[in-house]
Every structure is written in structure tokens, then in C-alpha cells.
Design a protein around this ligand. Structure first.
Ligand code: PMP
Length: 419
């Protein structure tokens, strides 16, 4: 099946004929990927930053197995189950401010799309017409669906390719300094009547290039959103659940977050500990209240078939147990320190333009990069590292041991060094 099947499965992004064939994976455990031929690779990616507790954690596995016995799925249309109710309550307790009305879906893209629909409908329900555009930022990534591609960085290949299909939004620079802040202030002032909200990945723009910004940028966005009376949406699909060092980027400063509370936050990826497809769009009381009326059309017009799947919610509840019981955020801190130390030598290598670390995200940025050649060399070194754009990055499981993390950083230094 393997030889025939690998041409049957349509893989994402890579062209099947020209890219190296996919690596046959037989199993995953901890921070290792076990290949069909028995080789083990240390995983630097954690399956697109999802597997925060490592793969196949027994506590999550058991929780899913128990849930499987009673109810693998039931729809949330007019029905509710305990795993979803429990998870929503726990998320509300963990998130800052009054973010606590949880709409479940099954992927990060859909969670963002729901946030956008929520914002548009919030204005309609509030009696304000015509607010359907979003302000989004260069370097941003919010998903692969049509609505979400339209708020990604306009230089992203997908954005250009599907231009005719995409609605037009207002994509600009993050307010990093006085000039960009003034420009955004002007834009919001001039187009206020059209704008439903501002959407941003807080602290780290992930799939658009692992670009970092300070909390001050988010403080400015909050102030601008309030001044011009628009909604602020944080897309924490990548940054949520400890990745940047705080449980959420929007957490209070004392807890390592930016101390800025948005009106809507989106969660995905590590929500289920990277096990089953689950995402959530969480709104503040003010946003939620606009949907709480006797008018049927005021209800949020969205309902994914597999929303709040009980197995995925059970996995997410078990994942939150692990955040409570085990020192995940301390592990992220240790990973950050180790990566800072061990990736530092990359600064002196030819072609390296930047080395940066925030939480469990380590990035080496190059001036040019031969992605397929690098991928193959990493496999030869016994690690799974997946460069993209002009970056080589690490987003390991928080449970990765010191030795495995050293293998990843060591491989990066070796592969990027002149031979
Ligand atoms: N938002 C952000 C910030 C993301 O990083 C991603 C995925 N890379 C998405 C949305 C889309 O999530 P999904 O792939 O689960 O649809």
C-alpha cells in the first residue's frame, strides 16, 4: 500500500512529482517520529506546533478511550454534552477579562472564519450596517480557507494566486513605531464605517515567517480599536497554550502575557494537545450579548457538523489537566534558555541574517534557502526539521528532554555550517 498509496494521497503544498516522497511514519511517541524502517527522528516541529505534551501522552489517550466507550460523536445542534460544557467552562476560567463564550469548531481556519462572521454579525445585530472589512497585517497568517486567506499577508503565494476569489480587506503594517501607528490611526478613522474588526496574531506571527513583536504593539492596537470603536480579534491558534511562554499571549503581564484583552480570541492546534481536530472562537460578554435576542436572525449563523466533537473535547480537557499537573510553562522557559544558548553559534554562520527565540519557538533566518536540500540533510542527521520561506525553526513538544533538544539545535548548527 505504501508505494501505491503515496501517489494517491494528495499532499499539501509540496508538488508530488518534484518534492522528495513523504517519509513513511509508523508511530509517534514523545518527541520522536518512528519511521516504517525503524529509524527514529527527533521531532522539531511537533506536527505544526500542536503536540505540546509530546505525542501519545497516556493521560490524553486514556481520556479519549474512555469517551469512545460512551459517545464518539453527537452534534451540538440543540444538544450539549459534558466534555464540551466542561471545556468551555475551563477555557473561560483560563482566559483573561470576560472572554468566556465559547463557539467550537474543528480547525484553526474555521475558528478564524467564525470570528470574522461573529464580528460582522455583531455590527448587524447592533444595528450598524456595512461593516464587513477587516484590518489585518503584513506577515500574518490566519488559515487556508477563502475568508482567512484574504486576511493573510498579501505577498503570500496563495493570496496572489486566488486574488479573484478573495474579498478585499485592509492589510497594513503592525503599529511598531510612531509612523506606522499614525498610519493605522488614519486608516481606521477614514474607513471606520466599513471596518468590522482588527485581526492579529499576538506576539508572534507564525506561519507567515515566525516574526516577533512586543506587547506594546498590542497595547496600541487595543487603544486604536477602542478609539475608533471597532473589535479586536486575537488569533491565538499558534500562540495559545504556552507556546510563547505564557498560557495565552493575551494573559496578564504577571503571567507572562501581553496584558491586552481582545474582544474575540481564536484557539486551535494545541487545544486538544495536538491529538484530535478541535478549535474554538471565544467571545467577550459584550460580543455575546449582541446575539442573545428573540430574533432568530440574530443567532450566529454557523454550525460545523463536527463542532465540539466529544472525543476532541475529552482530549482537550485531558490536555488542560496536564497543564495543571505538570510544569509546562517552566518547561517552555527551560527550552527557551537552551535554544537561546545553543542556536547562538548560528549567528556567525554564512547566510544567517537573524537568530531569535521566544518561548518554545526558535528561529534561524537566512538570506536564501534551498528547502528540499535542507530537509533531506536534517533527516540524515536523525531529526525532523521542516524549513519554509527563508527560515529554519524549532517548535518542539514542551516535554522534549534536554538531550533531544540538543540534537535538534546541534543538527541545525551542523547543517547550516559550511561543509
Ligand atoms: N491561524 C494561525 C495563527 C495559524 O498558525 C493557523 C495554522 N497554521 C491557522 C490559523 C489555521 O489553522 P488550521 O490549519 O487548523 O486551519
Amino acid at each position: 500500500w505504501w508505494t501505491r498509496g503515496r501517489d494517491r494521497v494528495w499532499l499539501p503544498y509540496a508538488q508530488m512529482k518534484t518534492a522528495a516522497p513523504p517519509l513513511p511514519v509508523a508511530a509517534t511517541r514523545g518527541s520522536r517520529i518512528v519511521l516504517a524502517d525503524g529509524r527514529e527522528l527527533v521531532d522539531g516541529v511537533a506536527s505544526w506546533w500542536t503536540a505540546c505534551h509530546g505525542y501519545n501522552h497516556p493521560h490524553i489517550r486514556m481520556a479519549v478511550a474512555r469517551q469512545l466507550e460512551t459517545m464518539p460523536h453527537v452534534m451540538l445542534g440543540g444538544l450539549l454534552h459534558e466534555p464540551a460544557a466542561q471545556l468551555a467552562t475551563r477555557l473561560a476560567a483560563l482566559l483573561p477579562g470576560d472572554l468566556g463564550r465559547v463557539f467550537f469548531s474543528d480547525s484553526g481556519s474555521v475558528a478564524v472564519e467564525v470570528a470574522m462572521k461573529m464580528a460582522v454579525q455583531f455590527w448587524i445585530n447592533s444595528g450598524v450596517r456595512g461593516r464587513t472589512r477587516f484590518v489585518a497585517f503584513r506577515g500574518g497568517y490566519h488559515g487556508d480557507t477563502t475568508a482567512t486567506m484574504a486576511v493573510c499577508d498579501p505577498d503570500d503565494g496563495m493570496h496572489r494566486l486566488f486574488k479573484g476569489l478573495l474579498p478585499e480587506h485592509l492589510i497594513t503594517d503592525l503599529p511598531r513605531d510612531a509612523a506606522t501607528t499614525a498610519a493605522l490611526d488614519r486608516l481606521l478613522g477614514e474607513r471606520a464605517d466599513e471596518i468590522a474588526g482588527i485581526i492579529v496574531e499576538p506576539l508572534v506571527q507564525g506561519a507567515g515567517g515566525m516574526l516577533f513583536h512586543d506587547a506594546a504593539v498590542l497595547t496600541r492596537l487595543r487603544a486604536l480599536a477602542d478609539r475608533h470603536g471597532t473589535l479586536l480579534i486575537f488569533d491565538e491558534v499558534f500562540t495559545g497554550f504556552g507556546r510563547t511562554g505564557a498560557m495565552f499571549s493575551c494573559a496578564p503581564v504577571e503571567q507572562g502575557g501581553a496584558g491586552v484583552v481582545p474582544d474575540i480570541v481564536t484557539l486551535g492546534k494545541a487545544l486538544s494537545g495536538g491529538t484530535l481536530p478541535l478549535a474554538a472562537t471565544v467571545a467577550s460578554e459584550r460580543v455575546f450579548k449582541a446575539f442573545w435576542s428573540d430574533d432568530a436572525m440574530a443567532a450566529l449563523m454557523h454550525g460545523p457538523t463536527f463542532m465540539g466533537n466529544p472525543l476532541a473535547c475529552a482530549a482537550a480537557n485531558a490536555s488542560l489537566d496536564l497543564f495543571e499537573r505538570e510544569p509546562r510553562l517552566a518547561q517552555v522557559k527551560a527550552i527557551a534558555a537552551q535554544m537561546t544558548d545553543q542556536l547562538a553559534p548560528c549567528r556567525d554562520l554564512p547566510g544567517v541574517v537573524d537568530v531569535r527565540v521566544r518561548g518554545a519557538i526558535g528561529v534561524v533566518e537566512l538570506d536564501t534557502i534551498d528547502v528540499p536540500a535542507l530537509k533531506a540533510r536534517f533527516v540524515d542527521e536523525g531529526v525532523y526539521v521542516r524549513p519554509f520561506g527563508r527560515i529554519v525553526y524549532l517548535t518542539p513538544a514542551f516535554t522534549i528532554g534536554e538531550a533531544d533538544l540538543s540534537r535538534l539545535t546541534g543538527a541545525i548548527v551542523k547543517v547550516l555550517s559550511p561543509r
